[in-house]
Write a protein that binds this ligand. Structure first.
Ligand code: ZN
Length: 459
């Protein structure tokens, strides 16, 4: 309901309302000038208070240090200077490299389906993590190539290009064994809930990290939470990225993967492998997925006649086009052999959360890929793969299905809509208070409106 303009003007001119507004502004300015110390509240729920230097504004809106406060994606970038998502990897800025376009796969538009029928691209998001080596073993044993959309610095796992994290050899192994590596941002932020500058940093920082590890930057990208709209797509297009989402969401993160198999089964049973192709979403940060579900997906898909391939292959894009040379910007084939990084990466120190020994030591990497440093589990992973991935229009009760006559690159019909993940959720009391104020204002408006109408009738 909208109040008539004269009534709004009357309300605004009221000493009570005007005085309230001035007072609020004064308080807000005071809060903005203050820097919050450890244990103090921060973020939108605390008048946009920013933590002091060296502190992180955790997802609960309190300043602190360590993975619980600083780990991504929960740490609130705009209010916590030391958030891991604000760290910049060593290795040289990539933002000014040339970005020529090559190949036939479109840039900066939403891609959700394989072009080639009879193929399925298994994709694994949010890693690498402690289970990734084990997953690579499974894929190798099955002679299956997959696609990894990696995140550079989430869950307080350390920066992927940092040797001490144990992840560089695992990412090199992905490429060496024929898998495709794409970017899933630096710290898994929702790209629609950050500033334009932060969004660009999310893309570029992961390039810097991957360039340090692989000697190239990827041309394939998947936005966290499938959250990317006009300006975001424009930026990804300008930076030369193919934006790949999916048309088979296993929801392997939901309730321990309880519905993952039935969702997968319903999808693949909706047609024949002779006229369907799939880009399936799973997560290598999920123990369920690595220890059982992936083998089941492979067996089921192969049993139905699907060929398991990388995203690039199912889009008919040759491997050279999957990566960009960081000097020329042109395509660079590193399949089976990773270009050496320009110089050994060194990184700024990263405050890690309290860590614990991995729950299992069953990871058995091949000789060439055994990292000198084993990745460690984090006590509070918070990788952002949970409920935040829930697409609004793709409920658990409705497994993905599609017509076998869908076009190769479809419109955004079966793609999850943007999932807003507020960095801070207003408290129930705050909501109640705003609703109460709204109700009072509406009541006042109605009374004044009726009185005004009375005058008009009399006039
Ligand atoms: Zn993700």
């Amino acid at each position: 309901m909208k109040l008539p303009t004269p009534l709004l003007a009357l309300l605004a001119a009221s000493p009570l309302v005007a005085g309230h507004a001035d007072h609020s502004l004064e308080k807000r300015e005071t809060r903005l000038q203050r820097r919050a110390g450890a244990g103090a509240k921060c973020g939108p729920s605390a008048g946009n208070a920013v933590c002091s230097s060296g502190l992180c504004c955790g997802e609960d809106g309190v300043c602190g240090t360590g993975g619980e406060y600083c780990g991504a994606p929960g740490c609130q970038l705009s209010y916590g200077p030391a958030c891991h998502g604000n760290q910049i990897p060593a290795g040289g800025d990539t933002s000014s490299i040339p970005r020529p376009r090559f190949g036939n796969v479109p840039y900066g538009v939403d891609i959700t389906e394989c072009v080639k029928k009879g193929q399925m691209a298994l994709t694994f998001d949010d890693g690498p993590y402690i289970y990734t080596s084990e997953l690579l073993d499974i894929l190798k044993a099955n002679k299956v190539q997959a696609t990894f959309f990696v995140v550079g610095n989430n869950g307080a796992k350390g920066q992927i290009q940092d040797a001490s994290s144990g992840y560089p050899p695992i990412i090199r192994r992905m490429v060496a064994e024929g898998h495709q590596v794409g970017s899933h941002t630096w710290s898994h932020q929702d790209l629609e809930l950050v500033t334009a500058e932060q969004r660009r940093a999310q893309i570029v920082n992961n390039e810097i990290a991957l360039k340090s590890i692989l000697g190239v930057i990827p041309t394939y990208f998947r936005p966290p939470y499938t959250s990317c709209e006009g300006a975001c797509y424009g930026e990804l297009s300008a930076l030369g990225y193919h934006v790949v989402n999916y048309d088979l969401d296993t929801k392997d993160w939901e309730n321990g993967g309880v519905s993952a198999k039935s969702r997968f089964q319903s999808a693949v049973n909706s047609g024949s492998s002779s006229n369907l192709g799939w880009i399936a979403l799973a997560h290598d940060i999920q123990e369920f997925t690595v220890r059982g579900f992936t083998q089941w997906m492979i067996d089921t898909a192969k049993g139905l006649g699907y060929e398991l391939v990388t995203v690039g292959e199912c889009l008919n894009d040759p491997p050279a086009n999957w990566y960009r040379d960081p000097v020329t910007g042109g395509p660079r084939d590193i399949g089976g052999g990773v270009a050496p990084p320009p110089s050994p990466p060194t990184t700024k120190s990263t405050t890690k959360s309290t860590t614990e020994t991995p729950s299992s030591s069953s990871t058995k990497a091949s000789e060439s890929s055994t990292p000198d440093v084993k990745p460690t589990a984090v006590s509070r992973p918070n990788f952002g793969a949970g409920a935040q991935h829930t697409p609004k229009n793709n409920s658990t009760s409705s497994p993905p299905t599609k017509s076998s006559t869908t076009s190769a690159l479809p419109a955004k019909t079966d793609v999850p809509t943007t999932i807003p993940v507020p960095s801070s959720i207003p408290s129930a009391a705050a909501v109640e208070k705003s609703l109460g104020l709204l109700g009072s204002n509406l009541l006042l408006g109605l009374v004044l409106g009726v009185v005004g109408m009375g005058f008009m009738v009399v006039a």
